[in-house]
Design a protein. Structure first.
Length: 276
C-alpha cells in the first residue's frame, strides 16, 4: 500500500468528518487521484493475471471528493447549471486546439465529459455522457445519447451504439464496475449494468438488458450463468418458460446463440453474426 492509498483509506474510515475544511494534505491527495484518473495514470479497475481487480481507494477518493468541494453555479447562453465545483465545467473546459490535438479524441458539442474520466486516443464521443471514473480506451465510439457510467471500463475499438447505457458502479467501493472488454459491439438501446463483464470480441444485439440477476443462457449447451458474457459470444434477447407452470409467463434472459473465434469475428459483419 503506497502513501496515497493509505491517506485515502484512513480518511474513508472517518468519512463523516471529511469536508471542505479538511486539512490540505488530505484534499491534495483526493484531488491528485481525480487528476490521475483524468489523465489515465490510474484507473478504477484493471485486468491483472487474467482477472479484473477493483482499486478500492480510487473509488473512495471519488466519493470523498464530493465532500471536500462545494456547489457552484455556471451560467450559459441557454441555461444554467449547479454542481460540485470540481466537476461543473467538465474535463475539457478551457482546452485549446492544441490540448485537443494532444488528447487525440473527438467530442462534438453537447458531449458532457466529467473531469476524472479518461478518454483514449482516436475515441469518438458523439453527443453522449461520460461520468467521473469512467475509462474509455483507444478507438472506441460512444454513439449518440449513449452513457458511460461512473467508473465503468470500456476497452479498445468498442462500439457502444446509440441510446445504450453502460452502468456505473461507484459504490460500494469494493464492487467491480461494469466492464466492456476490447472489440465489443453493444447494440442500440441496450443496458449493461451492475458490474457485468462483457468478454472481448462479443456482440450484443439491439435491446439487450443485462444485470447481475439476468440469466445468461448458452443455447447450445443449456448452461445458465450470471454476470459475465464469455469472450466472442453473440448474444440476443430471449425468454425462459416456467418449468413448473406451463401457463405462467416466460421470463427475460440473454441467449448466447453462438461463439466465434477471433479470426471469424474480425472477418464477419455484425449483421451476419446476429443471423442464426
Amino acid at each position: 500500500m503506497n502513501n496515497l492509498e493509505k491517506i485515502i483509506n484512513d480518511a474513508w474510515e472517518n468519512k463523516d468528518q471529511v469536508n471542505q475544511n479538511s486539512d490540505k494534505a488530505l484534499k491534495d491527495s483526493i484531488n491528485q487521484v481525480i487528476n490521475d484518473l483524468d489523465n489515465g495514470k490510474s484507473r478504477v479497475a484493471e485486468k491483472i493475471n487474467g482477472e479484473w481487480v477493483t482499486h478500492q481507494h480510487l473509488k473512495k477518493a471519488i466519493m470523498l471528493s464530493f465532500r471536500i468541494h462545494g456547489m457552484e453555479a455556471l451560467s450559459g447562453p441557454y441555461s444554467s447549471w449547479y454542481d460540485k465545483a470540481h466537476l461543473l465545467k467538465g474535463k475539457t473546459a478551457g482546452w485549446t486546439k492544441e490540448d485537443h490535438e494532444k488528447a487525440g479524441f473527438r467530442n462534438p458539442p453537447n458531449s458532457p465529459i466529467r473531469k476524472g474520466s479518461f478518454i483514449g486516443k482516436n475515441a469518438v464521443l458523439m453527443p453522449c455522457y461520460v461520468n467521473i471514473g469512467a475509462y474509455i480506451d483507444e478507438g472506441t465510439m460512444i454513439d449518440t445519447f449513449a452513457r458511460a457510467g461512473s467508473c465503468c471500463q470500456i476497452g479498445k475499438n468498442c462500439h457502444i451504439s446509440a441510446g445504450s447505457g453502460i452502468g456505473g458502479v461507484l459504490e460500494p467501493a469494493q464492487a467491480l464496475p461494469t466492464i466492456i472488454e476490447d472489440n465489443v459491439f453493444i447494440g442500440a438501446m441496450s443496458e449493461v449494468v451492475e458490474g457485468v463483464i462483457v468478454g472481448e470480441g462479443s456482440v450484443l444485439s439491439m435491446g439487450m438488458y443485462i444485470g447481475q440477476s439476468t440469466k445468461i443462457v448458452n443455447r447450445k449447451t443449456g448452461e445458465i450463468t450470471y454476470g459475465k458474457i464469455p469472450p466472442y459470444s453473440v448474444v440476443v434477447p430471449g425468454s425462459l418458460p416456467d418449468k413448473n407452470n406451463s401457463s405462467a409467463p416466460s421470463l427475460y434472459c440473454a441467449v448466447i446463440i453462438k461463439q466465434v473465434d477471433e479470426k471469424t469475428r474480425s472477418k464477419t459483419s455484425i449483421n451476419d453474426l446476429l443471423r442464426d
